[in-house]
Design a binder for this molecule. Structure first.
Ligand code: NAD
Length: 455
């Protein structure tokens, strides 16, 4: 018996009663979730501002609208997703019904991080509900205002016996993980992921891991440097660089770097003014602990800060910062940055940059900026990453048709749209037979003979 077993048992009872199975029930919950977001948009924006000083525009784009789109998409496609897939048959099975049936897994646990505290909790939940599961969500305690809001809203919109919020930090989560779940969906750091996998292994629970890593951005060949600077700055400094798919570092030639830096300076000033600390479009670092880690990284780097570098502890502020002359073994290259610091590493050829990327763990996203399609193709075909996007950053994850997830160290499994529904479904192989063709079936019964083998 542990602190959360009653909650898990309650949800298991609800699941076993079959209440979450009918399509209409699932659709109703998804519709309620949609109402929850639209009825409470102002409160959501306020909580996100409290946690991260998220600009309203960014919060609407990356938390509210992305969740609403996922919900519209799931509601519109639910019937289609739930249909069985009939498979091709052979002579021995031609009279049978052979199909793949999607069945819910049972009681699933979704553990979320703090950087997009609404999106990264609710998006997996959409897939889990659509697939007919009961769901426990565990928001991050670091984004406290959003955690409180979610814990307040979910019971007002969804039945508590099927969908529950458990709050708390690492100790609470460890206690929760002692229970048996039918699936665990975890978004967060690689370090914590190891203990999640360990806890899941006790019950042999399957796990989806949505992790981070260092997402490279390669700039090679002919290039529209002004457009590249706009897209790079936007995707890197959105949410103050606290995005798992933010470009972590840039690889380019010396000539490209020399053209890029003044372009980055112009774009930074045009986006955030010459006094970014006063600009409402610049988010803050989520906590003092995270702020200290980033400022220490800036202190340790042997690179040269060419833009930004200012920081203010009281305000948890770090200016959008660009660092050049960064070596492969620099402190900035030792871990995922997850903040508004962009190192630029100069490597003269795209081939050597590809080799550089391939020496590291497979990233969650990989970006290449180039006017030359042959360069884009070469990078895409000679590297591996969770997702890939040319001439932009982050945006590939906004399409529900594309699976979102990592590969290797950046994650296991994926979600978004139908991919989320599949993650939370068991694909049951079903064969419905009658009693026909018994003479044909007789060929496989003993006594065996050489004659029968010829068939
Ligand atoms: P984290 O791993 O510290 O925390 C994530 C969740 O795990 C929180 O809910 C937290 O309460 C819980 N937790 C913390 N310690 C735990 C423990 N010892 N045992 C069990 N649970 C524990 O991650 P974070 O700091 O919130 O997020 C940052 C990381 O997440 C970055 O590495 C980032 O790249 C990654 N991330 C990945 C994605 C993605 O979709 N792939 C999205 C966002 C963030």
């Amino acid at each position: 018996m542990n602190t959360h077993s009653e909650v898990v048992d309650r949800l298991r009872g609800a699941f076993q009663s079959g209440v979450t199975i009918p399509e209409e029930f699932r659709r109703t919950q998804l519709t309620m979730l949609r109402s929850m977001i639209s009825d409470n948009e102002e409160r959501i924006l306020k909580a996100l501002h409290q946690d991260l000083a998220k600009p309203k525009f960014e919060a609407i784009l990356s938390e509210v609208e992305i969740v609403m789109n996922e919900l519209h998409h799931a509601i519109a496609n639910l019937s289609h997703w739930m249909k069985p897939d009939y498979v091709s048959k052979n002579l021995a099975t031609k009279l049978d019904d052979c199909f793949v049936r999607r069945e819910p897994l049972g009681v699933v646990l979704v553990i979320g991080p703090w950087n997009y505290p609404l999106q990264l909790l609710i998006l997996p939940m959409v897939g889990a509900i659509a697939a007919g599961n009961c769901v426990i969500i565990k928001p991050s305690e670091v984004s406290f205002a959003t955690e409180c809001l979610i814990a307040d809203l979910i019971p007002k919109y969804l039945p508590q016996d099927c969908y529950t919020v458990v709050r708390g930090g690492s100790e609470e989560t460890k206690a929760l993980l002692q229970n048996r779940f039918d699936h665990i969906f975890y978004t967060g750091s690689q370090t914590v992921a190891r203990s999640i996998v360990q806890a899941a292994s006790v019950h042999l629970t399957p796990v989806t891991l949505e992790l981070g890593g260092k997402c490279p951005c390669l700039l090679y060949g002919r290039l529209n440097i002004v457009a590249a600077a706009h897209r790079l700055v936007w995707s890197k400094f959105f949410n103050a660089g606290q995005s798992c798919v933010a470009p972590d570092y840039v690889l380019c030639s010396t000539a490209t770097r020399d053209a890029l830096i003044p372009a980055l300076k112009d774009v930074l000033e045009s986006f955030y003014t010459t006094e970014p600390q006063k600009c409402p479009d610049v988010s803050r670092i989520v906590s003092l602990r995270h702020w200290t880690r980033l400022v220490e990284l800036l202190g340790k780097t042997r690179g040269r800060i060419v833009l930004g570098g200012e920081h203010d502890q009281e305000d948890k502020y770090i200016a959008p910062t660009v660092v050049v002359d960064v070596a492969e073994d620099d402190a900035l290259m030792a871990e995922e940055i997850f903040g508004p610091i962009l190192p630029i590493i100069t490597i003269e050829s795209v081939e050597k940059s590809i080799a550089f990327v391939n020496r590291k763990e497979k990233p969650l996203a990989l970006y290449v900026f180039s006017d030359e399609s042959s360069v884009v193709k070469m990078v895409m075909e000679n590297t591996s990453s969770g997702g890939f996007c040319s001439n932009d950053g982050i945006v590939h994850m906004t399409l529900p048709g594309l699976p979102f997830g990592g590969v290797g160290g950046s994650g296991w499994g994926n979600y978004h749209g139908r991919w989320g529904f599949e993650t939370f479904s068991h694909r049951r192989a079903c064969m419905l037979r009658g009693w026909a063709l018994e003479r044909l079936n007789g060929l496989r019964y003993p006594p065996y003979s050489e004659e029968k083998l010829k068939w």
